[in-house]
Design a protein around this ligand. Structure first.
Ligand code: NAD
Length: 354
């Protein structure tokens, strides 16, 4: 018998090639007087273009967004927003820039208009993160959920393929764990399945032919579905492991997700029949874990944690941290099982489902 709980998150999505042309209209629609445009230093030019498009509705550009939102950066951006009288933020960039917008919204409750340029998915979630003294705190608050998201695949054209591929695998990882989440429901699972299908088809094309805008559009559509999945349901072992590896061993976010997701899938798939059926359909395979490993290989991603600078001596400590606090996972999490998973991921072995 079908039974579920599904809580839809609010939010307006404007999707399509050239939709950046509609940004000013979207800002107007919200009744915003002055929006602070956010970016990383690397994306300053894109942010300035956006500020120009906003005309007198722009409060200026703050271009110091950084990975994992250091508290000092968040404080400086909050002060700028206050000083300039901003009543909204336009975040142009990936998870780091959108994360900075969330830090400002958490303090002042102003709306965020997100213009994503990677596949990380933060724009669709009420999850914020802030890093203080090397420790990243995260939380959920609907105050930080962007009010409007403008997805323009043209903005992803400058995303180098070695960044685009792992970023897309990061999005696939959100979809996989959404399907076997403790709070999984058929609406989100349907979106997550389509997210995997779109991304798995598009990513090899994007990597082979970076100017293929149809493929870039499909990848961004998959990323949207993935972000919506991440925002709506809880995650499990894979996200816990990646959080541990990123936080305690300083490994890069998307590359770590890319390496771990085939192994986390192999660990869990036997205990998650609905996810197995959906992933098998989406990836056109009877071995989803192996297919995810092959996809990572096809897009030229790194396949082994040792290639990210982790050492074999770190594996025991990583396993200890990953089992420290109990959390939901479809298959029970054991120290021995996690240590074996990490060993496979460290050496970059093709996984076999348990
Ligand atoms: P990122 O935002 O750190 O971007 C990586 C680099 O790529 C930056 O230098 C950026 O300027 C550049 N870049 C981005 N788009 C570009 C483009 N189109 N062209 C050229 N350069 C471009 O990377 P990310 O993977 O998007 O985000 C990672 C961060 O987001 C992590 O801190 C992660 O924890 C967080 N995150 C949060 C959520 C959430 O729901 N809160 C979800 C996913 C990720």
């Amino acid at each position: 018998m079908r039974e579920f709980i599904y809580e839809a998150l609010p939010g307006r999505v404007v999707f399509g090639l050239g939709s950046l042309d509609r940004l000013a209209e979207e800002v107007e629609r919200l009744g915003v007087a002055k929006a602070l445009v956010l970016s990383t230093p690397q994306q300053r030019a894109q942010a300035e273009d956006v500020a120009r498009r906003l005309g007198d509705k722009s409060a200026g550009v703050y271009d110091k967004a950084e990975m994992h939102v250091p508290i000092e950066v968040a404080q400086a951006a909050r002060e700028d927003a206050k000083r300039l009288g901003a009543d909204a933020c336009v975040a142009v960039g990936g998870g780091s820039t959108i994360g900075l917008g969330k830090a400002i919204a958490l303090e002042f409750g102003l709306p965020i208009i997100a213009v994503p340029t990677t596949y990380a998915g933060s724009e669709m979630t009420p999850i914020w993160g802030l890093t203080e003294d090397g420790i990243k705190k995260t939380g959920r608050n609907t105050k930080v959920l962007p009010t409007t998201v403008v997805y323009d695949p043209a903005l992803t054209a400058t995303l180098p393929v070695h960044v685009a591929g792992p970023s897309g695998m990061n999005a696939i990882a959100h979809c996989v764990e959404a399907m076997y989440s403790e709070t999984a429901n058929p609406i989100i699972s349907m979106m997550a399945e389509e997210g995997v299908r779109s991304l798995a088809r598009a990513l090899p094309l994007v990597v082979r032919d970076p100017d293929n805008m149809a493929a870039r559009t499909d990848a961004l559509f998959g990323a949207y579905l993935s972000g919506a999945s991440l925002g709506a349901v809880g995650m499990a072992l894979h996200h816990k492991l990646c959080h541990t590896l990123g936080g305690s061993f300083n490994l890069p976010h998307a590359d770590t997700h890319t390496i771990v997701i085939p192994h986390a899938t192999a660990y869990n798939i036997g205990a998650a029949p609905d996810a197995k059926a959906r992933l098998s359909r989406a990836l056109e395979t009877d071995d989803p874990a192996g297919a995810l490993y092959d996809l990572a290989e096809t897009i030229g991603a790194k396949l082994a944690l040792r290639d990210l600078g982790m050492t074999e001596a770190d594996l025991d400590r990583a396993a200890d941290i990953a089992v420290e606090n109990p959390y939901y996972n479809p298959r029970p999490v054991t120290r021995e099982g996690i240590r074996a998973l990490l060993d496979d991921a460290f050496h970059g072995r093709r996984p076999t489902a348990a």
